[in-house]
Design a protein around this ligand. Structure first.
Ligand SMILES: [Zn+2]
Ligand SMILES: [Zn+2]
Length: 179
């Protein structure tokens, strides 16, 4: 959701040289899928959150920390989500796909891509080549309750004219990175 103007080529999606010993599908290897967690793993110890799309074609489990929610009002996020992106984020290795049959990546620029469900159309993920260790997750796809709060709005200058920005929220035009 945070746009970048530079960065190297997107990491290759091939997984032949899979180096991790984990059995779960990692986002790094999102296509083609390698293997999947059993659905029973959703309640495994260490799970911070679970989520998925509306039709169930994509389900995921998060271990580790989730970043507070950031609203991104940039034009691509507005068009792709239908309003604005409200995203948390996690370490890419902490995102475990439990189901990914319909997960599809829209490579919007050479360095940024959005993950969505090809069946129900849900916006799920966003990633950038210069931040390969982090995956943004559309917060609305998390199972409730999330325990998260919204802390920042970015690209407010590109927000839709009908949208009422929150005066109580730290708001920036353009990009503003969280610490
Ligand atoms: Zn955006
Ligand atoms: Zn779906």
């Amino acid at each position: 959701m945070i746009e970048v103007a530079d960065g190297s080529a997107i990491r290759s999606a091939t997984s032949e040289s899979e180096s991790t010993s984990r059995s779960t599908t990692q986002i790094r290897d999102a296509s083609p899928p390698v293997s999947r967690d059993d659905a029973a793993m959703e309640s495994e110890p260490g799970t911070r959150a679970t989520g998925g799309c509306d039709c169930g074609g994509v389900r995921y489990r998060i271990t580790g920390e989730l970043r507070p929610v950031v609203h991104c009002h940039c034009t691509p996020c507005r068009r792709i989500t239908g309003h604005h992106m409200a995203a948390t984020a996690a370490g890419v290795d902490d995102v475990h796909l439990l189901a990914d049959a319909t997960l599809t990546w829209y490579q919007r620029t050479p360095t940024t891509r959005y993950g969505f469900c090809s069946t129900c159309g849900a916006t799920l993920f966003w990633s950038a080549a210069d931040k390969v260790d982090t995956l943004s997750i559309a917060a609305g796809t998390l199972d409730q309750p999330t325990g998260l709060r919204t802390v920042l709005a970015i690209y407010a200058d590109e927000a839709a004219d009908y949208h009422r920005l929150d005066d109580a929220l730290e708001t920036h035009g353009g990009e503003q990175l969280l610490n």
